[in-house]
Design a protein around this ligand. Sequence first.
Ligand code: 5RP
Length: 237
Amino acid sequence: MTAVTDPVTLMKQEVGKAAAALVKSGSIVGLGTGSTTAYAIQFIGERLQSGELKDIKGIPTSFQAEVLAKQYKIPLTTLDAVDHIDIAIDGADEVDPQKNLIKGGGAAHTREKIVDYLANEFIVVVDSGKLVDRLGSVFPVPVEVIPIAVTPVMRAIEKLGGKPQLRMGVKKAGPVITDQGNMVVDAKFDSIDDPASLEKTLNNIPGVVENGIFVNCVDLVLVGEVKDGQPAVRKLD
Ligand code: 5RP
């Protein structure tokens, strides 16, 4: 196997490993979506297989997380079968200094919000490129929309000052379809001054299922960095 040398991949592996190390035996674990969380899922699986970790149940936030959990032999459960989640580990597309997030780069933000908000401890894993002074600096806000409402929702987003774009598939003709069978409108705002207010306003548009602004819900952000050529993990708490 060839060793990984790409710095971003190295940072993702290190934060994934650091987050997986925080999972305790007997826990119900929310399993996030994306390329960074994928490493956390892998390392949780490795800890289980080595016997270091016992009696874990995972709740996946997407089809991707479910497939990875099965690949790494992490037993799964559902929200119907448990009355709490101990810890959730998930990635993000942007993190501001107050630990508010934009998520949904993988179109999984609706299930991610349900699972991550239910967790007693929500850990976010990112590489340092995701840190921003203000949400919306780089990334648009993903908005999951019921298919028949896409056009009116895009008009409503324009009225709010956003630039909406229907997310299109890669290696698939036509729009991205979420795990719930809906579509995603990416809404670019020049500046998000009040993330909590925009989150509520977007969710009040008829036809919107959920948007990717996460406010006041994060306990700890693990940031992967490269220091002196070596990957390192810093805590933002
Ligand atoms: C998926 C997400 C992801 O967590 C987010 O896009 C970050 O992904 P990655 O770790 O691949 O950069 O919100 O909906």
